[in-house]
Design a protein around this ligand. Structure first.
Ligand code: SAM
Length: 283
């Protein structure tokens, strides 16, 4: 029997194009409000800056709600093509004055485009832990730049997802999205309370590696290639909670020279990810 075609995503009616010249326009106010976590949570929307990121999001199949483009640059062929693609996908397009784009992006020299996308979170069950998959767990990550850099690094290393445990910074804040450089659209992100995570973890078949300043195993020692791996990274100040550290199969440490107490969280995650994926990544 032939394979069934994949289900088609629901189609939306084409969007509309509007010109907006005043920063006090309600549409602009709504987009500006996405700087607040509360408003992102209520609407399920988030803002990305720059044409490249908008195209990344569209290419990855994320739902674009509104595209804002600089009216002055609307004859740029790629911008015009993206605007047409956005309208066809059901998004509204705002042709904005420079002042409006400055207000939306809160920058003096704004990019020529910004996009409002519908956010997506994965469930824990959607994080792939089969074969040689490697996923990252972040305990109570607090710094938006760190989270964005971890997402970008996880994407580059081919990680299957990032799980945010406990009270964490919002992955869809403007600062985090900026730091991902587009990887926000590439890496599945799940969020869980610690207890919920521990229940999920108890069902995982694979190696759970915790990184810890008091780890007694060199980070290069575990056999990362033999089974799926969960890499657990601690909070910037407090490290891994006791409950999370206790659930690990092994606690590893990256040896350090010099006077620094520890590595930055995102740097440590990069070192761990590329070690864990060494057998899979080859030039
Ligand atoms: N004061 C914290 C502590 O004692 O755990 C330092 C936390 S460090 C800034 C943030 C996280 O990065 C750590 O919890 C750990 O996951 C990882 N990390 C940083 N340096 C590390 C190292 N040398 N070895 C293993 N993990 C490290």
């Amino acid at each position: 029997m032939p394979d069934r075609p994949p289900p088609k995503p629901p189609t939306r009616a084409p969007g509309r194009v509007k010109e907006v010249t005043s920063a006090s326009n309600p549409l602009v106010k709504d987009i500006r409000a996405l700087a607040q976590k509360k408003h992102r949570e209520e609407t399920g929307l988030f803002l990305v800056e720059g044409l490249k990121l908008v195209i990344d999001g569209l290419d990855a199949g994320w739902e674009l709600s509104t595209l804002v483009i600089a009216k002055a640059a609307s004859d740029n062929p790629l911008l015009a093509k993206t605007a047409a693609r956005a309208v066809a996908s059901g998004a509204d397009v705002i042709e904005a004055s420079a002042k409006v784009l400055e207000a939306i992006t809160r920058r003096d020299n704004p990019q020529s485009a910004a996009g409002v996308f519908r956010r997506r979170l994965a469930s824990l069950g959607e994080i792939d832990l089969s074969g040689k998959a490697v996923a990252v767990v972040l305990d109570r990550v607090r710094d938006p730049g760190n989270l964005g850099t971890v997402l970008r690094t996880a994407d580059a290393a081919g990680a299957s997802g990032v799980v945010l445990v406990g009270d964490t910074v919002d992955p869809f804040s403007l600062e985090t999205v900026r730091a991902t450089m587009g990887s926000i659209f590439a890496v599945p992100i799940a969020r869980a309370k610690e207890a919920e995570f521990l229940t999920w973890r108890s069902r995982i078949k694979g190696l759970v590696v915790g990184t810890h300043m008091r780890g007694e195993t060199d980070y290069r020692a575990p056999d990362y290639g033999a089974q799926p791996v969960l890499l657990m990274m601690g909070n910037e100040q407090a490290g891994l909670s006791d409950a999370l550290a206790e659930t690990c199969d092994v606690l590893v440490r990256i040896p350090q020279a010099g006077r620094a107490d520890s590595l930055n969280l995102a740097v440590a995650t990069g070192v761990m990810l590329f070690e864990a994926r060494r057998g899979v990544l080859a030039l």
